[in-house]
Design a protein around this ligand. Structure first.
Ligand SMILES: *[C@@H]1O[C@H](CO)[C@@H](O)[C@H](O)[C@H]1NC(C)=O
Ligand SMILES: *[C@@H]1O[C@H](CO)[C@@H](O)[C@H](O)[C@H]1NC(C)=O
Ligand SMILES: *[C@@H]1O[C@H](CO)[C@@H](O)[C@H](O)[C@H]1NC(C)=O
Ligand SMILES: *[C@@H]1O[C@H](CO)[C@@H](O)[C@H](O)[C@H]1NC(C)=O
Ligand SMILES: *[C@@H]1O[C@H](CO)[C@@H](O)[C@H](O)[C@H]1NC(C)=O
Length: 766
């Protein structure tokens, strides 16, 4: 089952050829301060939600009417500084605006008729590590989804990120169809050469002005090329081999909305007002998919521009894809966890760029490094560990001050990976006379290793191997080690596994809907980069993060959407979730790289995305606007947050309200305990397979829980037919009752013999 996806995404990852490089000096990362983020010295920007202008709520709102209405909430048009108060007027994402005001002025506004809520804007981040390297390309498509979907032709992926490097060869438009007629966006650079049939448009939003959308960071270029990079013929990045590479949907169009800017500390950051503006424009431009590898984990669900902007998007049939963030392995620090967004966690795939550590005459530990100096002799040299020289509990991770106290000449130096960036760590070891470096993972980093292009011969070991080498070092009189570079290996059987850094559920703010929805490749992902990196001046770069996992999924969504033009965002998500797989290449349950144990639903969601299988789900769990309104009324328990999200006056006591577990979602999450000894939930599935099909249920009960499904058989006479069923969860008699806080998992599968739709179930005991 895993083979199809592996074929598909291997396209992007070019084979790394192991050969010798000249001695490397660290690549200085050219950071242009673009003044990103919130300037605390300025009047704050508030996001203001209001009702629709009275009297005209039944006809489409003209921007001019809206603007006048919004202005009526402000004391006047300009600040004392002469700066305009109004930053953005929104129509699609919210009924409201972004404006510069003092907290006092906001207070005055609260009493005005039609006001709903105002919040000071906050900052969002794209947190990814970058790992420069250089490569050559390979492989050909061997995938029917590509051909069935015309490789995504006609779909527009709106990338809400740090901009784009428009002239990167990944964005050439060879073989690209012209833009669809619905496209109405703009290109900042004009349409000659920079924008083309691949990159339809690019604009930037920064505090109410529209600067150059060029990507000074790299993140936006990377995710755009992973989602929809075109084929690059005869790409020659190593100065050696040539080949073909591409993104997931090579014929899909890209529309770029830059909202992330580098702040004075060199970090890419974006604000609520700009994110709303970017999504607003993407909706007006008629994109089909929103690719959003961005978020802020401390948001309440209903105070996030991505959550609210995505709701507006689904009402237009646009599929929002967003990342889970990189805050693992601590549970429940995640972002973008609304049920209408497709949320993606990160996993490994079956490629390793191997740098083996040989211990004395003994064992070989398989670490990773993207820098593969073939000339480096794999002879044993003394092994040094700054750790035991210190009185502190732990090494500081090869800080210069710590290393300077030691004589490391011609040693191979072990470093824990905290405190510093890996390139700085490598430089410190090099400056201190070290010959090579071994990077160690402690428990919080688990078994995830990264292939960096280090400045000296290195190997990054997982937590298990870290324990082995420390044991060896501690029990050996004159410990020695060597590094042997073994190049790129495919077919690593432990893949996929959930990356330690991938954020985990359970979500604490969405009423228990399981997040992430799925996992996808997000470790050591190779894709386009705006600057050259490494000694061979590669224009591709390795990055790891849930950002990279999300861009795989948004490309795959473009393929599915092209194959099934009338599927709703919920249908596409359902197809992806119910066909995801949960076994690794060895046939064992997918593991979590944190502790090496089986991944739970809060780590892998429904499982690993399988694009080929997602084209044949058989049945789907459909959700429409009203389903979400009923969920929101049940969950929010008050009218204002619902109004802010749906942009319409709402009195929840006049509509049906449902508990979150009753939402027609393709997964199940219920709580049992106290005086609640059983929970009954309803689901409705739609036949998108064949007329005259029969599905029978197959349930793997969560331990200690009885699951009864009625009916046990679903009979469909026609395509498009809907059939409902009920699931009753109750405590199994005769067993000790699980303690409060315990979580038990199961699966509910519908099998027609031809189609198989599988959903995770989780029962939390309270
Ligand atoms: C608008 O109001 C601010 C005080 O809130 C004041 O400083 C400013 O001068 C006013 N602008 C105009 C054009 O009246
Ligand atoms: C790759 O580029 C180098 C110079 O940049 C050139 O010498 C070499 O012939 C090229 N190789 C291929 C296969 O195109
Ligand atoms: C750690 O890496 C080694 C490679 O030396 C591998 O055999 C092992 O399976 C990894 N451990 C886990 C738990 O992933
Ligand atoms: C909402 O509807 C209920 C029941 O019809 C009514 O009693 C209540 O006043 C309404 N609330 C608002 C704010 O209109
Ligand atoms: C269950 O217990 C809670 C208090 O723990 C109480 O408020 C509620 O009414 C009880 N429900 C039923 C159905 O007994």
């Amino acid at each position: 089952m895993g083979a199809a996806i592996l074929n598909l995404f291997v396209l992007l990852f070019l084979i790394f050829s192991s050969h010798s490089f000249p001695s490397v000096h660290s690549q200085q990362f050219p950071i242009t301060n673009e003044g990103g983020g919130i300037d605390p010295t300025k009047t704050p920007v508030y996001i203001v939600h209001v009702e629709k202008p009275h009297g005209i709520s039944n006809r489409p709102l003209r921007l001019r009417d809206l603007k006048n209405w919004y202005m009526s909430f402000l004391p006047n048009a300009t600040l004392a500084s002469g700066e305009s108060r109004m930053v953005y007027t929104y129509r699609e994402v919210i009924t409201g605006f972004a404006a510069r005001q003092s907290p006092k002025e906001v207070e005055a506004m609260e009493s005005l008729d039609g006001f709903i809520e105002a919040n000071p804007e906050k900052e969002h981040y794209t947190s990814t590590t970058y790992t420069p390297t250089f490569l050559s390309l390979n492989d050909k498509p061997s995938n029917t989804l590509w051909y069935d979907s015309s490789m995504g032709a006609g779909q527009i992926i709106g990338v809400i990120d740090s901009g784009i490097s428009p002239n990167h060869p990944s964005f050439n438009d060879n073989g690209m169809p012209p833009p669809p007629v619905k496209w109405s966006g703009k290109c900042y650079w004009g349409n000659a050469r920079t924008c083309n049939n691949k990159l339809l448009g690019a604009v930037a939003f920064r505090n109410g002005v529209y600067p150059d959308p060029y990507d000074n960071d790299g993140h936006g270029t990377h995710v755009a090329s992973t989602a929809a990079g075109n084929f690059i013929n005869n790409a020659n990045v190593t100065g050696q081999a040539a080949g073909i590479a591409s993104g997931m949907a090579p014929r899909a169009h890209l529309a770029v909305y830059k909202i992330s800017f580098i702040n004075p500390s060199g970090i890419s950051v974006s604000t609520d007002a700009d994110i709303y503006a970017g999504i607003e424009q993407a909706i007006r431009d008629h994109v089909d998919i929103l690719q959003m590898s961005i978020g802020f984990v401390k948001y309440q669900l209903y105070n996030s521009p991505i959550v609210i902007g995505s709701f507006a998007a689904i009402t237009k049939g646009i599929v929002p894809c967003a990342c889970m963030m990189n805050m693992g392995p601590t549970p429940s620090i995640l972002a973008n966890d609304a049920p209408w967004i497709l949320i993606v966690g990160a996993s490994t795939f079956d490629r390793k760029i191997m740098a083996s550590v040989l211990l004395g005459k003994g064992s070989e530990l398989a670490g990773e490094s993207a820098y593969q100096p073939g000339t480096f002799p794999s002879t044993q040299i003394p092994l040094a560990f700054p750790f035991d020289q210190l009185s502190t509990v732990k090494s500081t991770g090869c800080h210069l001050g710590e290393l300077k106290k030691l004589n490391l000449r011609d040693n191979i130096v072990m470093c824990y990976r905290f405190g510093l960036k890996d390139d700085e760590r490598g430089r410190n070891v090099l400056i201190s006379g070290g010959k090579a470096m071994i990077l160690l993972n402690d428990m919080p980093e688990g078994e995830t290793t990264k292939a960096y292009a280090h400045v000296l011969p290195s190997s990054h070991l997982n937590n298990t191997d870290t324990n082995v080498i420390i044991e060896y070092y501690s029990n050996t009189a004159n410990p020695t080690a060597a590094i042997k570079f073994r190049g790129t290996l495919f077919g690593i059987n432990s893949a996929p596994a959930v990356a330690t850094f991938s954020s985990r559920g359970p979500s604490l703010t969405n009423g228990g809907i399981i997040k992430p929805d799925v996992i996808a490749p997000g470790v050591n992902i190779l894709a386009a980069w705006p600057r050259t990196v490494g000694p061979t001046k590669s224009i591709f770069n390795f990055l790891s993060g849930t950002s990279m996992a999300t861009s795989h999924v948004s490309g795959i969504v473009a393929l599915l959407r092209n194959k099934y033009l009338n599927w709703s965002p919920a249908a596409i998500k359902s197809a992806i979730m119910t066909t995801a797989y949960t076994l690794d290449r060895k046939g064992n349950p997918i593991t979590d790289e944190y502790e090496g144990t089986s991944a739970t639903v809060f780590e892998q969601g429904a499982g690993h995305i399988d694009p080929e299988a997602a084209t044949k789900p058989g049945i789907i769990y459909e959700l429409n606007y009203y389903d979400y309104v009923h969920y929101l009324c049940g969950y929010c328990k008050s009218n204002s947050p619902v109004q802010m999200i749906i942009k319409t006056k709402m009195n929840c006591s006049q509509v049906k309200t449902i508990e979150p577990e009753q939402l027609n979602y393709p997964s199940f999450s219920v709580s049992i305990g106290g005086n609640i000894t059983e929970v009954q939930v309803k689901r409705k599935v739609t036949n998108v397979g064949d007329a005259g099909s029969t599905y029978t249920v197959d349930v793997k009960d969560p331990e200690g829980v009885r699951v009864e499904v009625t009916p046990q058989t679903l009979q469909f006479n026609q395509v498009g037919e809907e059939v409902s069923y009920e699931v009753k969860f109750s405590l199994k008699g005769g067993l000790p009752k699980p303690a409060a806080g315990e979580v038990r998992e199961g699966r509910l599968n519908w099998d027609s013999g031809k189609y198989y739709a599988s959903s995770p179930m989780v029962v939390t005991f309270v």
